[in-house]
Design a protein around this ligand. Sequence first.
Ligand SMILES: NC(=O)c1ccc[n+]([C@@H]2O[C@H](COP(=O)([O-])OP(=O)(O)OC[C@H]3O[C@@H](n4cnc5c(N)ncnc54)[C@H](OP(=O)(O)O)[C@@H]3O)[C@@H](O)[C@H]2O)c1
Length: 262
Amino acid sequence: MTTEPFDPAGKVAVVTGASSGIGRATARRLADAGMTVVAVARRGERLERLAAEHPRIEAHVADVTDMASVDQLATAVRREHGACHVLVNNAGVGGGAFEGREDLDDALRTLDVNLLGTVRCLAAFTDLLAESAPARVINVGSVAGKVGIGPAAYAASKFGTVGLSEALSLSWRRRDVTVCQLNPGYIETEGFPQTQVKRGPLRPLVGKPEDVAEAIEEAIRSGATERTVPRFYRGFVVLRHMATPAYRAIAGRMARAGGSRD
Ligand SMILES: NC(=O)c1ccc[n+]([C@@H]2O[C@H](COP(=O)([O-])OP(=O)(O)OC[C@H]3O[C@@H](n4cnc5c(N)ncnc54)[C@H](OP(=O)(O)O)[C@@H]3O)[C@@H](O)[C@H]2O)c1
């Protein structure tokens, strides 16, 4: 099946994690492209401020760790708009360094928000996406979901997101719903300030939320099933699989230079 180009204008998008960082930049970008955007997060006052900026952005408070809350979101989108053409699963948290028993709660929370939150949103929106087809799902993974570097539970949550996306990109094709794993590298945001990275030699690798928003719009238009942003991180991913010893040497240096999330 070939993927037809997709014109976002006039269509409906749901963006989770829209109260800051990549999600907020994406909500703005998609609204500028002519979409009606349902901006989702827990901090309602932030969403209201965002919605006040743009007539096509509306705020909806939901917690992706709470299935009832996610079901209410899907019900509201169906009732208010009758369609969901684009679902951007972006809500996520950092953390998840897994050194021992004391880190269990943090690790489980990281998996719950980043991986299971995406699963909950996909479950709630499956029918509406299929009814709205052609439709797009963008799952915001991470380069840390392609190469095991940084906090271990965070990497696990993102490897899970990547695997989920890869399998669904094949099986949901028959519904005319494309599924993209969109994997950012280091991006400076509130939750991921990249303080340590910016102090060291990896500083030029730090990107902006708007770079990711642009890649998300491109993936929506093209129907791409995988995208790394900034693109130069892709070479690192290829190295991981094609030249493992060289990768491990570089990854070890990177982990020492910028492995911390704060
Ligand atoms: N920045 C990076 O370097 C980087 C790199 C690779 C991947 N990513 C991924 O990009 C995504 C966005 O991160 P960001 O950098 O933009 O971080 P951010 O600025 O901290 O934004 C995270 C967003 O997720 C929302 N969120 C957190 N827990 C939630 C929950 N339980 N229910 C609903 N929303 C929730 C937050 O809103 P509330 O607190 O208001 O709920 C916030 O809007 C994440 O999935 C992250 O893993 C980031």
